[in-house]
Design a protein around this ligand. Structure first.
Ligand SMILES: [Zn+2]
Length: 324
């Protein structure tokens, strides 16, 4: 199965790689339509955020600042870092050893050496990330310009959003790499985790699930900010980035682990899912998606997490198709 799958990936890549990329852009457009509202920047902010400048060390307002709360993008307001991950790096700029999952994009800096960090939502320049300095257990230092961020205190007294309340959705739609690739791009999605669920074994491994007798599905757990998006919006997208009419496979991936399913966590999610499936059936789609109560979600091995982002490539068999 493993070898067959690899072979199919190679075959598929040659056929689908171009469409995979263009469909990613389509999802971006769908998600960001009318939503990308940028705050007007001062000249100093624009120099850093747009022109990738650097504020003077020890000059930023969050360098020596230790209140509890969330750091958000100055330009678009997306959440970037939590105060729990901030540490005194002693270099004159705010340092964090972790990001809010999926919030920060990394790319090779124009100098060809450092790794630049940008807001994953709007592309604002934040600073650079350094690894291997041994400063904290996570061995990572996000060196961020204060000017690129705003701070939202955990105990907001002036009516702004306090700690983010989150909601979670669990989907299975074929190879979890592809589903995660698209879900990570959704505005309001805070984190995604791929794993296994719906089966009857504990702590399953990828090899066990691929062998096909655990009953598990390749699935994704999506944590989102319900003040920015909704379960219905995320579920709709789920039905449009995989083919919900395929039984027991998704594209070239055959096997029960590739079945399409929504694992609802409450009655609301169940009703919304059933409503969406009825809408699709009314349009003539023979929907194969199963609607099941959520069970234990077993996180998959680390190398499966954010697979395409780490690999710098696009999915081979998932893509955006408008169905609603
Ligand atoms: Zn931003």
């Amino acid at each position: 199965m493993f070898m067959l799958r690899n072979l199919l990936i190679i075959m598929c890549l040659s056929i689908f790689s171009f469409s995979g990329c263009s469909q990613g852009t389509e999802v971006d457009k769908q998600q960001n339509k009318g939503k990308m509202e940028f705050k007007k920047l001062t000249a100093e902010e624009e120099n850093v955020i747009v022109h990738k400048g650097t504020e003077r060390p020890y000059s930023g307002k969050y360098d020596s600042f230790w209140e509890k709360g969330t750091y958000v993008c100055k330009r678009c307001g997306a959440s970037l870092y939590r105060s729990e991950d901030k540490f005194d790096a002693g270099c004159g700029w705010p340092g964090f050893d972790d990001e809010i999952p999926g919030a920060v994009k990394k790319q090779t800096d124009a100098d060809g050496i450092r790794t630049e960090i940008l807001c994953a939502h709007c592309g604002a320049h934040l600073g650079h990330v350094f690894k291997g300095e041994g400063l904290t257990a996570k061995n990572t230092r996000y060196c961020v310009n204060s000017v690129s961020m705003d701070f939202i205190p955990a105990q907001a007294s002036n009516g702004i959003k306090a700690e983010i309340k989150t909601d979670t959705a669990i989907f299975a739609g074929g190879c979890f790499w592809g589903v995660e690739y698209f879900m990570m791009k959704v505005t309001g999605v805070l984190s995604t985790t791929v794993g296994y669920t719906g089966g009857h074994t504990e702590n399953p491994t990828y090899q066990e699930v691929c062998a096909g007798n655990t009953g598990h599905y390749e699935a994704i757990e999506v944590v989102f900010d319900p003040s920015v998006t909704t379960f219905e919006k995320v579920a709709k997208l789920f039905f449009e980035i995989h083919d919900p009419t395929q039984w027991n496979h998704q594209g070239p991936d055959w096997g029960e682990q590739y079945r399409s399913a929504v694992f609802y966590r409450n009655e609301d999610q169940k009703k919304i899912t059933e409503k969406l499936i009825s809408q699709l059936k009314a349009k003539g789609f023979k929907v194969a998606t199963e609607v099941k109560p959520a069970k234990t979600f077993w996180k998959a091995e680390d190398y499966h997490q954010d697979y395409y982002r780490h690999k710098g490539s696009a999915p081979y068999c998932h893509g955006f198709v408008k169905r609603f």
